[in-house]
Design a protein around this ligand. Sequence first.
Ligand SMILES: [Zn+2]
Ligand SMILES: [Zn+2]
Length: 148
Amino acid sequence: MSFLPTLSCKYCSQPIWLPFPSPDETSQRQIPWPQDGMPRNFLCLLCMRACEYSPEDVQWRSVQSPDQVGLNKGMAVHRVSLPCGTDKCAGLVHILVVMRGEAQYQEASSFVGRIYAMNIACERGHRMSGPSMGYGKYGFARDTGWPE
Ligand SMILES: [Zn+2]
Ligand SMILES: [Zn+2]
């Protein structure tokens, strides 16, 4: 049996699996999260809602089937960056998505236009909610600070 850290989607309650399997319970005390401990916006690919999560939101789930672990193998946390646009703000809204490690820029275009913001903040603190984020240009990169 393995354990995978998850976030429970704040909108549809489905798990967002974080691709950091742990073979035992002792290492579960280490919550995989970037060191600053700051909240991060994660996208649920089932309901397309982007919500804000903190390290406290991480829950370990036991995974019975090796398939589930296999599915998460090779996945990585990616970051889609969109212009905030509030009052001509030049800041970006960063939204994290768990995708294949080799995912390319173009793959994000299949969902970027359907992201629905649920009270998430840009890097300068503007809060936003609503559909049709990510209209136009976006940035795409592997997010840093997560376990390798
Ligand atoms: Zn969801
Ligand atoms: Zn802003």
